[in-house]
Design a protein around this ligand. Structure first.
Ligand SMILES: [Zn+2]
Length: 79
C-alpha cells in the first residue's frame, strides 16, 4: 500500500490536477479512502492554496516589469 509520505510528496500534483499515471492516481485515491490523516492534510492544503490564490496580486504587465527592472539597474538598457 502507498505510504503517507508518498501521498504528501504528490499532494500538490493532485491539487493542481497535474498529469499522473493512471495507476498512480488510483493508488493515491485508494490511500485517501483509508487514511483520514491524509484526507485532512489534502483538505487543509486545498484551503490554503485557495486562500493564497485569492490574495495573490494580479501578474505585472510588461510596462510594470520594465519599470521595476529600470529602477533596480538604471544603467541596463532593454534588449
Ligand atoms: Zn496517509
Amino acid at each position: 500500500m502507498l505510504s503517507c509520505k508518498h501521498l504528501v510528496d504528490n499532494a500538490d500534483r493532485l491539487i493542481d490536477g497535474a498529469e499522473l499515471r493512471p495507476g498512480q492516481r488510483f493508488a493515491l485515491r485508494a490511500h485517501l479512502m483509508i487514511c483520514r490523516h491524509c484526507r485532512r492534510y489534502l483538505r487543509q492544503l486545498r484551503a490554503l492554496t485557495a486562500h493564497l490564490n485569492r490574495r495573490a496580486p494580479p501578474p505585472a504587465d510588461d510596462a510594470q516589469t520594465h519599470s521595476v527592472l529600470q529602477r533596480l539597474d538604471p544603467d541596463q538598457s532593454p534588449p
